[in-house]
Design a protein around this ligand. Structure first.
Ligand SMILES: NC(=O)c1ccc[n+]([C@@H]2O[C@H](COP(=O)([O-])OP(=O)(O)OC[C@H]3O[C@@H](n4cnc5c(N)ncnc54)[C@H](OP(=O)(O)O)[C@@H]3O)[C@@H](O)[C@H]2O)c1
Length: 253
């Protein structure tokens, strides 16, 4: 059975991936929808034309991951696409945020994403695809969003290395690096501190980010960067010393 696995399918970008793939993917038998909020997943599954399995789980729980690995072993699906979209960010200076808030970002953005990818690769075949939700935060360290930006730098780095390792097996990896996207993400991210005003003005829609990410994946591109502003930022971080850019960002605060 050919399946698509989407983490973070209960909200925002992950949910949008499910909706767009449902409308455009004909070679897949079933969607596996993963997140903690079961009712949200059930609501999404009911909207899809494809068959969908709702898999409510906490990706940071070792017990839940053990259970998921057993499920893979039992059902032996062919994973045509894995989309790692679960994640969160919390703004605020490093030593002002709670310890668990900080470590939690590493647990879900890095550890869980790595574990899920590791569990799924053995079930992939030629032309299978992995989409990793990184962020433009991966391009430059972000004072006031330090652990989140560092976690996304990890995701981008891991994606680029895996892309090289898996290339000979024709398993394609794409890292998605958008700037701010209008989702529930900011409700959590701004619990303690507001984001920079410029980020609010540059907010884009999940629909556009996902469309561009799926095109990049279909064309086997290593990275998807949506919007001219974020493409410009990406270029700047390649040519201007990061110390200079960090000084400018501090002045904008
Ligand atoms: N929005 C942005 O501005 C933006 C920009 C760049 C990159 N990103 C990245 O894009 C990805 C999706 O973000 P989004 O904007 O769609 O945010 P969102 O609407 O808040 O969605 C986050 C998803 O992650 C899931 N999740 C969180 N913790 C989980 C856990 N422990 N176990 C399983 N699932 C968990 C949530 O589901 P449950 O709560 O139901 O578990 C939810 O489905 C994230 O990795 C984020 O870092 C977002």
């Amino acid at each position: 059975m050919n399946v698509v696995i989407i983490t973070g399918a209960s909200s925002g970008i992950g949910r949008e991936f499910a909706l767009q793939l449902d409308a455009g993917l004909y070679t897949v038998d079933e969607f596996w929808l993963i997140a903690r909020r079961e009712e949200r997943l059930e609501e999404l599954a009911a909207r899809l034309d494809h068959m969908a399995k709702v898999i409510p789980m906490d990706l940071t729980s070792d017990a839940d991951m053990d259970h998921f690995r057993k499920r893979l072993k039992k059902e032996r699906p062919v994973i045509r696409m894995l989309i790692n979209s679960s994640g969160y960010g919390m703004m605020g200076n490093f030593n002002r945020l709670g310890r668990q808030e900080q470590l939690g970002m590493l647990d879900i953005n890095c550890r869980a994403l790595t574990d899920m990818t590791y569990a799924c690769i053995p079930y992939m075949k030629r032309k299978s695809r992995i989409i990793m939700m990184a962020s433009s935060a991966a391009f430059l360290p972000q004072p006031g969003f330090a652990v989140y930006a560092a976690s996304k730098a990890y995701v981008l780095s891991l994606s680029r290395a895996l892309r090289e390792e898996l290339g000979p097996e024709e398993i394609y990896v794409t890292a998605v690096c958008p700037g701010p996207v209008r989702t529930e993400f900011f409700e959590k991210a701004e619990k303690h501190e507001d984001t920079l005003a410029i980020k609010k003005y540059s907010m884009v829609e999940a629909e556009d980010v996902v469309r561009s990410a799926l095109t990049a994946s279909a064309r086997n591109q290593g990275m998807s960067v949506y919007s001219p502003l974020i493409k410009g930022l990406h270029l700047l971080t390649k040519v201007v010393p990061h110390g200079v850019l960090l000084g400018i960002v501090q002045k904008m605060k």
